[in-house]
Design a protein around this ligand. Structure first.
Ligand SMILES: [Zn+2]
Length: 225
């Protein structure tokens, strides 16, 4: 793929390269189906196996962006085994992933599937944190009690993957202002932050309220049904 105009500028992230490019038809449990062009990479900063999924007319979206039009829609989604795969209602990751697939397919863009389980602390530690939450701590306090940071995610691999496909400007599908700030620091221009829907359940209401209050996530829980 030809890189966009910014390729000859000094890059704040190390260059990565496409390793494999494969087409994967997707079908979600509710029947929604789309097709992803899945890219794997060599040279990602943390050595983990992150994925980029090109959805919808992402080539057209890149061309429109390069011509000064709307930037491609991009969601950096942090892996959540319990939510993404098993449908855990302790968080809203599964519904957010499903929503992102459809909205990105419609607009043209990329889903970045980041192997950052539990805000970067790992799967077992996340489950340890759940146990502490059941004892009364909130999700951030629990991470700290386990000796981890509140949020250990590093968006360098996300910025590297975007750079490889030439997405130097993005519309960010996320309620998390930290993701936008993190990507901007790494040289990705966030032209707009597009909020996701609110996926409220009895089991995740407290989790979402803490996310909203603690990190200024854009979540209006009063509108959720
Ligand atoms: Zn989750």
């Amino acid at each position: 793929m030809t890189l966009s105009l910014g390729a000859d500028l000094v890059s704040p992230v190390p260059a990565a390269a496409v390793r494999t490019r494969v087409t994967v038809p997707l079908r979600f449990p509710d029947g929604y189906a789309t097709t992803a062009e899945v890219l794997t990479f060599d040279g990602l900063a943390d050595g983990r196996e992150h994925l980029l999924l090109g959805l919808g007319d992402w080539r057209g979206a890149l061309a429109r962006s390069a011509a000064g039009g709307e930037a491609p829609l991009v969601r950096p989604h942090s892996e959540c085994l319990t939510g993404d795969v098993f449908g855990s209602e302790r968080c809203d990751c599964g519904p957010q992933l499903r929503e992102a697939a459809e909205r990105i397919t419609a607009a043209g863009g990329f889903l970045l599937y980041l192997r950052q389980e539990g805000r970067g602390i790992g799967l077992y530690a996340k489950l340890d944190a759940y146990a502490l939450q059941d004892a009364g701590l909130d999700t951030y306090q629990a991470n700290l009690a386990l000796g981890h940071g509140e949020d250990e995610r590093d968006y360098t691999p996300a910025a590297q993957m975007l750079q490889v496909v030439g997405a130097d400007r993005v519309r960010l599908l996320s309620n998390n202002p930290d993701k936008a700030a993190g990507l901007e620091l790494l040289g990705v221009e966030v032209t707009e932050q597009v909020p996701t829907g609110v996926h409220l359940s009895a089991a995740n209401a407290r989790y979402l309220a803490v996310k909203r209050d603690h990190t200024a996530h854009t979540l209006d829980l009063s509108l959720a049904g």
